[in-house]
Design a protein around this ligand. Sequence first.
Ligand SMILES: Nc1ncnc2c1ncn2[C@@H]1O[C@H](COP(=O)(O)OP(=O)(O)O)[C@@H](O)[C@H]1O
Ligand SMILES: [Mg+2]
Length: 286
Amino acid sequence: MEQAKNLKKMMQPPEDSAIRVITVTSAKGGVGKSSVAVNLAIALSRRGKRPLIVDTDFGLANIDVMLGVKPKYDLYNVIKDRTDIREAVVSGLYGVQFISGGSGIEELLTLGDHDLQRIIRNLMCLDDIADCILFDTGAGINENILRLICASHETLLVTTPEPTSFMDAYALVKIVGKRELKPSLRLVVNRAETEKEAEAAIDGFVRIAGKYTGMTIDPLGYILRDDNMVRAVKLQVPLLISYPNSRAAYNFDRLAANFLQSPVTDVPGMRGFIKRLFGKTGEGDA
Ligand SMILES: Nc1ncnc2c1ncn2[C@@H]1O[C@H](COP(=O)(O)OP(=O)(O)O)[C@@H](O)[C@H]1O
Ligand SMILES: [Mg+2]
């Protein structure tokens, strides 16, 4: 019965779903994207949201490791084997839901429009279990990622205060700033030593990016450097659960509060997202 209902929903996608689409990205790897995606999602769920993390870092099974799960199905199965996307949703993990990208599958990085549409339209049907989707992206910037960044209701740009990470993030802003569809960027500075350093980094970035690219960047917040982050990864239990009283855990809670307080998006909804992603309504052969 349940399966038949799901199938029907897939065949007739909702007119629109109010899901908020958030992409977590950076110009460089190892700056804390997956850490931000996982812990922000947990903090959001504590504040009453129903987040779904979608790992699009197909090369490495990042989030699987962080959450300590081995999903039975992943996006690869959804695309190649036509597995029902609901079968790929892992739920009951610290209040977050999660879909794995699968690992070691290069070809998924350069998905064609047909497959991409299939995934997105499948996700659109999940509005009964999720109200926001967090796409965790990999290190590389390719055309698919750039499109995702520009189409999302908001994109969290993660950088550390180190000049190399900073300059790379700035270069990314320059690239997306030249595209026809301008993204809604929100800055997250991760691994700052002190609050002062974090605030100076945020102010500097927003000012310089604004001056030289014309892009307005919303300063979302910061996470301080905290060795418990690394311990949490080793334990395979997210920081918010394993070290709830750590300083980074406190920062994540602030981040979630800021996130919910100041939605910069105009109209949430998957239809607008699909339109921006594919340059049309997304009707058709998915
Ligand atoms: N605020 C932080 N303080 C200390 N270590 C951190 C912090 N954020 C992330 N890390 C560590 O840095 C490493 C890379 O983080 P990860 O989230 O996997 O980055 P990305 O997804 O951008 O590649 C992990 O070992 C993680 O524990
Ligand atoms: Mg990652």
